[in-house]
Design a protein around this ligand. Structure first.
Ligand code: TYM
Length: 331
């Protein structure tokens, strides 16, 4: 059975983009694949994290993933730092990746802007650790949102260079699984910016622990323009906020963007936003409620993560030991 690996940074409460771009897919893929889902706390600390908050957010994310339908009995849910294979392979991959490759990473460039010198070295080698996350399990399929595509391409470059340098076929090719709709959900305040759990404005995103009232308020306040909804997708091109809301509607209702527009053509945003709110609440509210109930027993969540880490180690340790032998380390 092909193996899936994917991860999420515990840097805040997961938002609707994480759900539509990744988590919803993870839940479905459990039917066909052997799956590992990882709370990537080592990636999180590439930018400063308050230690108490990091712990709290890791547990919160685990609760949300369980509430969304991740099954820790049949699959593996764990936090990255609990499995040392990630760090060991991450180092080897930092020695395989070329500085020029890392310089081309758009996420790094966007994050640091002109202020490159002040950021952590960890942020720079972030993609080499991400490659290690996947390849420590020889996972072949990685369900992610569109923003991670370049990182997956880099992981493939690293795997190929490793295979070439050491004259081996050890690492497989990786395939990114990107959803057809809502692969990049945008901010509710600015349709040109990605929705993000670390955006300073909580109004810019719908979080998976929001109440129905929070959701209604955020959607009511979501930026739009004053024109009615158009009848064609092409007419949304210059209207990023409108386009984003229509795409979210389409992704949640399972209807194509064309059909959403057929349904709402000529309507103002008022009635559309009401229907959209109903859809978002119907998806998020049950997850939020279940997650809150998981969070009443943090020890239970810790046990699930601990068990997951043991299962993950059993897969990754032999693979990474093999890599260490290939490299010439005495084991
Ligand atoms: P992170 O924590 O930013 O996001 C987790 C997942 O959610 C997707 N996503 C989105 N999808 C659509 N619209 C959005 N606005 C949106 N925001 C986030 C992301 O694409 C991702 O799939 N580098 C990764 C974590 C990671 C990882 C890995 C992923 C570390 N190691 C190995 C896959 C495999 C990240 O920062 O995700």
């Amino acid at each position: 059975m092909p193996r899936i690996f994917s991860g999420i940074q515990p840097t805040g409460i997961p938002q609707l983009g994480n759900y539509l771009g990744a988590i919803r897919n993870w839940v479905h893929l459990q039917e066909e694949f052997e799956c590992l889902f990882c709370l990537v706390d080592m990636h999180a600390i590439t930018v400063w994290q308050d230690p108490a908050k990091l712990k709290e957010q890791t547990l919160q994310q685990a609760a949300i993933l369980l509430a969304a339908g991740i099954n820790p009995d049949q699959h593996i849910l764990f936090n990255q730092s609990a499995v040392s294979a990630h760090a060991r392979l991450g180092w080897i991959f930092s020695c395989i990746a070329r500085i020029g490759w890392l310089n081309r990473m758009t996420q790094f460039k966007d994050k640091v802007g002109k202020d490159r010198e002040k950021h952590s070295a960890g942020l720079y080698v972030y993609p080499t650790l991400m490659a290690a996350d996947i390849l420590a399990y020889k996972a072949t399929h990685v369900p992610v949102g569109d923003d991670q595509k370049q990182h997956i391409e880099l992981a493939n470059d690293i795997a190929q260079k490793f295979n070439y340098d050491y004259q081996t076929e050890f690492f497989p090719q990786i395939k990114a699984l990107i959803p057809p709709a809502a692969a990049r959900v945008m901010s509710l305040r600015d349709g040109t910016k990605k929705m993000s759990k670390s955006d300073p404005s909580a109004q810019s995103r719908i979080e998976l622990l929001d109440t129905a009232d929070d959701i209604a308020q955020k959607i009511r306040r979501a930026k739009t323009d004053s024109n009615p909804l158009p009848g064609t997708v092409a007419a949304l091109n210059e209207r990023p906020e409108a386009r984003n809301l229509v795409e979210i509607y389409a992704a949640l209702s399972g209807v194509s963007v064309d059909n959403v527009l057929l349904q709402f053509e000529g309507n103002g945003f008022g009635p559309f936003k009401e229907k959209l709110t109903e859809l978002v609440v119907a998806t998020i509210d049950p997850i939020a409620q279940k997650a809150r109930s998981y969070l009443k027993d943090p020890d239970h969540i810790k046990t699930i993560l601990h068990t997951g880490a043991e299962k993950a180690k059993a897969i990754a340790d032999p693979i990474v030991e093999e890599v260490e032998k290939i490299v010439g380390f005495i084991r």
